[in-house]
Ligand binder design. Structure first.
Ligand code: SAM
Ligand code: SF4
Length: 339
């Protein structure tokens, strides 16, 4: 059956955070020091994640799962989880393009250690990967991530291609005063390497509370900068995906922009999220969470878990409030929720 929210949106996409830990400290996400990690006992086991994912896929016909974090590759034995998820099947009766098949399995990673796991993840059934890369300058990379890892991330992108992931996408957060002068260079990098760059507007989910509107580089600005050098045409029909996409007129591929702040796409949102500690969220910016871990560990049946999932989805709001005066930042920041 479809899982439909009060605004008629059918849930099709589940984002699962597998850890709140990370080997980077990106300034727009985490503080330099002092992050309080979840005790391991509070983090869902692979079996618990698999059980919840099975309900979403087999009961509610969710056909896309993205693993994220924190940095998902720091979770030991990640391919084992991917392999478990690859055995799930979207019901054959579903209207989904994935009917009768495993859901689309994707991963978002900072890429620094991706070469070490690329092959195993691919063999385990991972379909797609997004690697984050905000700058091509080593000194700036160190400033933005607080880690000197540009070379390894670039190598991680090559490893993803070599392992057969297709498409490989690049996520680039654009922050005014940090890397907004690199939009065209990053677009060129994507064209030359045959990877699709997705620029992301800076969102108010950084742990240090440094976000303000003046640091947001809008989708319009990003597209205008690229179009001036590499002419673009829009690709119609984004559907439920968060990125609007453009095609290079010279055949150089595609580029996307996720305009969370300046052109909220909540009306088409089909996503829900599970945090590493088993809290279910219906929006990145929600302040409410539903404790599926407590139910799981209290011996709840699948029907009990499904009832709580339906109750939560029944509260999914029309959209986030970033652009309203009454916007309240969620207590947890991006890496704790799972971006
Ligand atoms: N560690 C992995 C990574 O960086 O790709 C996965 C988790 S990270 C939270 C997921 C995505 O969120 C990354 O592409 C990251 O750049 C992005 N992100 C983090 N903080 C953000 C913020 N304040 N605004 C916009 N995007 C952000
Ligand atoms: Fe870690 Fe990703 Fe957050 Fe950077 S954006 S600190 S890599 S979780």
């Amino acid at each position: 059956m479809d899982l439909v929210d009060p605004f008629g949106r059918t849930i099709r996409d589940l984002r699962i955070s597998v850890t709140d830990r990370c080997n980077f400290r990106c300034t727009y996400c985490m503080p330099a020091e002092g992050m309080q990690w979840l005790p391991r006992s509070e983090v869902l086991s692979f079996e618990e994640i698999e059980r919840l994912a099975r309900i979403f896929v087999e009961r509610y016909e969710v056909d896309g799962i993205r693993l994220t974090g924190g940095e998902p590759t720091v979770r030991a034995h990640l391919p084992v989880l991917v392999e478990k998820l690859s055995h799930l099947r979207v019901p054959a009766t579903s209207s989904s393009a994935f009917a009768g098949r495993k859901p689309d399995l994707a991963l978002t990673t900072n890429g620094a250690t991706f070469r070490l796991v690329a092959h195993d993840l691919r063999s385990a059934g991972l379909d797609r990967v997004n690697i984050s890369l905000d700058t091509l300058h080593a000194d700036r990379f160190l400033q933005m991530t607080r880690r000197d890892e540009l070379t390894r991330v670039l190598d991680g992108i090559e490893a993803a291609k070599e392992a057969g992931f297709s498409p490989v996408k690049i996520n680039a957060v654009v922050e005014r005063g940090s890397n907004d002068d690199e939009v065209v260079d990053l677009a060129r990098f994507g064209r030359e390497r045959g990877v699709e760059v997705r620029f992301i507007e800076f969102m108010p989910l950084d742990a240090e509370g440094g976000w303000d509107r003046s640091k947001v580089v809008s989708q319009d600005e990003i597209v205008a900068a690229i179009d001036a050098v590499f002419p673009l045409e829009p690709v119609p029909a984004r559907g439920a995906a968060p990125a609007d996409r453009w095609r290079y007129l010279d055949g150089g591929g595609l580029v996307g922009v996720v305009p969370t702040v300046t052109k909220a796409f909540c009306g088409d949102c089909d996503r829900v999220r599970l945090t590493a500690d088993g809290q279910f969220r219906t929006c990145l910016f929600e302040t409410r969470e539903f404790d599926l871990r407590a139910l799981l560990r209290d011996g709840a049946s699948d029907d009990d878990l499904a009832a709580e999932i339906e109750r939560a989805v029944g509260t999914k709001w029309a959209g986030h409030q970033i652009n309203q005066v009454n916007f309240i930042r969620p207590k947890r920041s991006m890496s704790q929720i799972g971006g």
